[in-house]
Design a protein around this ligand. Structure first.
Ligand SMILES: Cc1cc2nc3c(=O)[nH]c(=O)nc-3n(C[C@H](O)[C@H](O)[C@H](O)COP(=O)(O)OP(=O)(O)OC[C@H]3O[C@@H](n4cnc5c(N)ncnc54)[C@H](O)[C@@H]3O)c2cc1C
Length: 316
């Protein structure tokens, strides 16, 4: 019998007893590809419009469950969001979901936007409180919907929309406590939302623990993980700081020294995101929402890795 010294542990023993990745899901009949959704933002210029539409066309064959179009901070993109959603509805086989916020509009105006969506054939709204214009603090419009929960209830009165809401695995930065934030999520679902989509996160353990908390709080609706493929760390840090997301040190280290090397950054991003979604998939997660930032390649390749292929994808 070989006598192993206590310290330092030999390499082989360290390898054998160290953490393991969960097994990759088996291929074949038993493997069901996950449901996907993709998020876009409405373009500001003709060039960005072309970029968005080539992104949409590239992702369309993957038959996502829905694609959503954001609503600019402070309600600044109302017309562009509407135009993009309507074009998706009329020119593609995709099911669009329109983001709608409470910011800067009275209830009657928000209701009117929702009614126009319904009349145009849009059946899915992502209902959000919204963020105010940069540099200002949120304060509800005097005649508006104060919070997302109020908007969900208002939309229910307008028409029988499918409604998604936002969830925060690391807690919304303005929430009084984790419990009150969970309670807020539950109230949004109880008011008529059918699913929550999470803010992005990088520590899968944070998301999985959040699912446990949701279940303990009596939430049973799907809490779909929002996946952000990262290629620009500086931009990510800005976004993360605003929405209370932790950027782990390991992510910073992975991108260190790559500021002038976009190609390697993209490969690293693909690896990081693939690892994140495979880990979630191995834990039973079978729905993913991708923040595409109107760039298709990472979302497409990660979808491929997850087993979603043109012609094989399912929508519901
Ligand atoms: C998937 C997703 C998509 C998004 N899309 C957009 C978009 O298109 N446009 C945009 O502008 N922003 C968007 N956001 C950002 C979002 O608008 C912000 O995070 C916003 O600050 C909170 O929106 P919410 O819907 O979560 O708000 P809410 O659910 O209303 O919660 C906001 C905060 O208020 C607290 N709260 C709720 N009710 C009360 C109350 N009665 N009294 C006191 N506090 C209360 C909550 O705990 C939370 O801290 C998105 C976020 C996600 C996760």
């Amino acid at each position: 019998m070989v006598d192993l010294p206590d310290e330092p542990r030999p390499t082989l023993e360290r390898w054998l007893t160290g953490p393991r990745f969960a097994a990759l899901p088996a291929r074949g009949a038993a493997h069901t590809p996950p449901l996907l959704s993709f998020e876009f933002f409405p373009p500001k210029t003709d060039a960005l419009e072309q970029q968005l539409w080539s992104c949409i066309r590239r992702l369309e064959p993957l038959a996502p469950r829905f694609v959503s179009v954001t609503y600019g901070a402070g309600g600044s993109t109302r017309a562009r969001t509407h135009a993009t959603v309507t074009r998706i509805l009329t020119e593609t086989a995709l099911v669009p979901a329109a983001h709608l916020t409470c910011v800067g509009a009275c209830q009657a105006e928000v209701d009117e936007v929702a009614r126009q969506y319904w009349e145009a054939g849009v059946r899915h709204i992502v209902a959000l409180r919204g963020d105010p214009p940069p540099g200002t603090a949120y304060s509800p419009h005097p005649d508006g919907y104060p919070f997302a929960v109020d908007l969900v209830a208002g939309l229910r009165r307008v028409a029988d929309f499918e409604i998604s809401v936002a969830a925060y695995p690391e807690m919304h930065p303005q929430a009084a406590s984790r419990v009150s934030d969970l309670d807020n999520l539950k109230r949004k679902l109880d008011a008529g939302a059918t699913r929550a989509i999470t803010n992005f996160f990088f520590d899968s353990g944070v998301y999985l623990r959040f699912l446990d908390l949701c279940l303990a709080a009596g939430i049973t609706a799907p809490i779909v993980p929002g996946i952000m493929p990262v290629t620009n760390l500086a931009g990510l840090r800005r976004m993360a700081a605003l929405s209370g997301v932790t950027v782990p040190d390991w992510l910073g280290h992975l991108f260190q020294g790559l500021d002038e090397d976009p190609e390697t950054r993209r490969m690293v991003a693909a690896m990081v995101t693939a690892e994140q979604v495979r880990l979630l998939q191995a834990n039973g997660v079978d729905e993913f929402h991708f923040y595409t930032l109107n760039r298709p390649d990472l979302a497409y390749s990660i979808a491929h890795i997850l087993g979603v292929r043109p012609g094989t994808a399912k929508r519901s």
